[in-house]
Design a protein around this ligand. Structure first.
Ligand code: SAM
Length: 283
């Protein structure tokens, strides 16, 4: 183990000072300053030596160093050019033996459509909180080599991602994530491990890719039904889906054919039921 290479509060302060980094809220820049937290994330992610891992938002490199130390080949996608330029230098300085296994891409993870090098099998990241759900869903949609995900997100977002149908926090992120993967809560993270200290709590979410429910409807068609059902959460499905179906009567007919009670609400349905409804609407 070369865990001495991991960054602590003094190293983060020093790096940020040298670079003139002033963390911005708009980019969700809260950096992990605790090596124990990094080790915990890497352990839960079950990264194997030689595995290709994509990290979104490496920042000053706290987690990147931990992933490299576990033997991963890391592709790090960072939007902030100052941080992206510094990252290879930080790794070369702190863990020169590991530097050859790092690739840094200066890019917006939201708009990225291709990744250089071997396809990654795992996504491990402390995600920028303001774009966590769209970044996660777009990576699952675009990069089907990803089999496992471990992300740190705002605790509230984590609750939504892992919520089962019928629970208070079940909604669009839960249903859409369930199209790609099974999601489970993988622990909470205290605020004190970040600089600057965020105003929200954080949690880890682990996702494991699985096949989507069998259906002739496309993912876009299924997601349109999910969006419509939750846009009017309090409405019965036959009303909430009137727009996508063309009329309330057409929505009711599709719901019955899909085996769903037209008077029920979207928050009760799992992704397989949304897929059956979309299939009926697009026959
Ligand atoms: N991984 C680092 C850590 O744990 O200390 C930093 C995590 S910080 C919560 C989020 C990082 O994501 C920042 O470095 C920020 O610049 C970067 N970021 C924000 N929006 C991004 C985007 N759309 N694409 C790629 N990186 C982004």
């Amino acid at each position: 183990m070369t865990t001495d290479a991991l960054l602590g509060p003094a190293q983060i302060r020093d790096l940020a000072g040298r670079l003139g980094v002033r963390p911005t809220k708009s980019l969700g820049q809260n950096f992990v300053v605790d090596a124990g937290t990094v080790r915990r994330i890497v352990r839960i992610a079950q990264v194997t030596p030689g595995e290709r891992v994509v990290e979104i938002g490496p920042g000053l490199g706290s987690l990147t160093l931990g992933l490299l130390d576990a033997g991963a080949d890391v592709l790090a996608v960072e939007i902030d050019p100052v941080l992206a330029e510094q990252l290879p230098l930080t790794v070369a300085e702190r863990a020169p033996d590991l530097a050859g296994r790092l690739t840094v891409l200066t890019a917006d993870a939201l708009t990225l459509t291709a990744l250089p090098g071997p396809p990654p099998t795992a996504l491990v990241a402390n995600l920028p909180y303001n774009v966590a759900v769209p970044v996660l869903l777009s990576f699952l949609a675009r990069f089907d080599s990803l089999e496992r995900v471990l992300v740190m997100v705002q605790a509230e977002v984590a609750d939504r991602l892992v919520a089962p149908p019928g629970s208070r926090t079940y909604g669009i992120p839960s249903a859409k994530a369930a199209w790609y993967a099974s999601a489970r809560s993988a622990g909470s993270i205290g605020r004190a491990v970040f600089w600057p200290v965020p105003r929200v709590d954080s949690s880890l979410v682990a996702l494991e890719r699985r096949d989507p429910p069998p259906t002739t409807a496309t993912r876009q068609e299924v997601f349109a039904v999910v969006d419509a059902a939750f846009a009017q959460r309090r409405k019965m499905l036959r009303s909430a889906l009137a727009g996508v179906a063309g009329s309330g009567a057409a929505a009711a007919a599709a719901l019955v054919a899909a085996g769903v009670d037209p008077t029920s609400r979207g928050e009760r349905l799992d992704i397989a039921a949304f897929a059956r409804i979309a299939e009926q609407l697009h026959r």
